[in-house]
Design a protein around this ligand. Structure first.
Ligand SMILES: NC(=O)C1=CN([C@@H]2O[C@H](COP(=O)(O)OP(=O)(O)OC[C@H]3O[C@@H](n4cnc5c(N)ncnc54)[C@H](OP(=O)(O)O)[C@@H]3O)[C@@H](O)[C@H]2O)C=CC1
Ligand SMILES: CC(=O)N[C@@H](CCC(=O)OP(=O)(O)O)C(=O)O
Length: 374
């Protein structure tokens, strides 16, 4: 623990964001991407950040003095009315981050880049909300799918153990105190929120297994077109991929405490820009009344403002969650009271990424969890 103790001693000054009377200074790296753009939009309109502006950062580059571009040039939909001032975007540099006194760094960057930058940020006393998958998984065998490399493996191991999985509905108190929040994957969020109440209560017949069939809009793959996401492949199509090897599988196993053979997750690419619908099939151990299941979900999410529960037999749809930070959950139970189908929907860029990241910031700052998200 030597590395971590030294690090904690050097960072006592940022121990808490909640004690401060002013909002923290925030930077967003990866602001030119889909998730980064949505994060910029949410932070610029966040009521608790009124009068302050985040620092927007692109890739590390040579031009460190002036802005490399503007937020509005990258994301025209963020342009204000009339001759509104533009928001500069700078090349990523630790000098700028330190000079500006940044206290919270959002990383909306690829996994490999986040893995590299997080230790340095923490060493400099900066709290991090990382939107990538780099720090979500505690078990090496689950994390292997990312093929991450660490410059300082011992320090990375300690930070990994400290990282809090940023699902507010499951880890609210730990997030409030966290220095490193690993924001969950988009598919994982939809499935974990649908399953956690039943799995934690021990109601699911795990010998029969759980099947998760989830479909995502194309923005889930990021802004760079690939052979699987360009128009001629994705449009007018629906395709399954990564049937046994998707990296979100590890999040399901770790967060729901399941064995590998107890759950199957198959992702699908939907020809829409954004949104996820997960259809989840399971059996309950005992015949149960729908009202008892509804009561259990309501109780579990009693204090969770970003989860909306549908009265059975109504089921959520993507069109009702897109551009919101809600995760909508509904279910139907077969007449035998055992076979159950749950449907869970969210916007992959909001509750599946940037909105959930702001939810985590709110908790870290002691603000209302839904602040700036409704
Ligand atoms: N899209 C989604 O639905 C979700 C995404 N995420 C995660 O959020 C992160 C961002 O995703 P998304 O916005 O979709 O991805 P994009 O591909 O749209 O954006 C990636 C961003 O990272 C920047 N970037 C790329 N390479 C580097 C690098 N080597 N150093 C610094 N910056 C770099 C890009 O800059 P440039 O413009 O210069 O290329 C861009 O700003 C990823 O880790 C992703 O896995 C998590 C949940 C859901
Ligand atoms: C449609 C699509 O391609 N979706 C992405 C998941 C996006 C996500 O949640 O991001 P992380 O990479 O941060 O886990 C995929 O399946 O790889």
């Amino acid at each position: 623990m030597a590395n971590l103790e030294a690090l904690q001693t050097s960072t006592k000054s940022v121990g808490t964001l909640t004690a401060s009377s002013r909002p923290p200074r925030i930077a967003v790296a990866g602001v030119s991407g889909y998730a980064g753009g949505e994060l910029a939009r949410l932070l610029l309109h966040h009521p608790a950040l009124e009068g302050t502006k985040p620092t927007f950062l692109g890739r590390a580059g040579e031009a460190e003095v002036g802005p490399s571009t503007s937020l509005e040039a990258l994301h025209p939909y963020l342009t204000g009315p009339g001759a509104a001032e533009s928001n500069p975007v700078y090349s990523f540099s630790w000098n700028r981050i330190v000079d500006e006194g940044i206290e919270v760094l959002f990383l909306a960057t690829p996994h490999e880049q986040s893995r590299e930058w997080v230790p340095e940020a923490i060493e400099r006393g900066i709290k991090v909300v990382d939107l990538s998958g780099a720090w979500r998984l505690q078990e090496t065998r689950n994390r292997d799918v990312y093929r991450l490399k660490d410059a300082k493996p011992a320090l990375a191991d300690e930070l990994q153990a400290e990282a809090v999985y940023g699902c507010p509905e499951l880890h609210r108190n730990a997030i409030k105190r966290a220095r490193l929040v690993a924001n969950p994957g988009c598919y994982s969020t939809s499935m974990i929120l649908a399953l956690a109440p039943l799995v934690q209560a021990g109601l699911v017949d795990l010998d029969h297994g759980i099947v998760c069939d989830a479909k995502s809009g194309v923005s889930g793959a990021g802004k760079a077109a690939t052979t699987k996401t360009h128009f001629m492949y994705a449009a007018d199509n629906l395709s399954a991929y990564n049937v046994f090897g998707h990296r979100h599988r590890g999040e399901l196993l770790e967060q729901l405490h399941l064995d590998s053979d107890q759950i199957q997750f198959t992702p699908h690419l939907l020809p829409i820009p954004r949104g996820i619908l997960a259809t989840i099939y399971l059996r309950l151990k005992r015949p149960t009344e729908p009202a008892a299941i509804s009561a259990m979900f309501s109780d579990f999410y009693r204090d969770s403002p970003m989860v909306r529960l549908y009265p059975t037999p109504h089921l959520p749809q993507i069109q009702h969650v897109v551009r919101t930070n809600f995760c909508d959950i509904g279910f139907e139970l077969a007449p035998d009271g055992k076979r159950m189908v749950i449907v869970s929907c969210l916007d992959n860029l909001l509750k599946g990424a940037s909105g959930q990241a702001v939810q985590n910031l709110n908790l870290m700052c002691g603000w209302k969890e839904q602040e700036g998200l409704l």
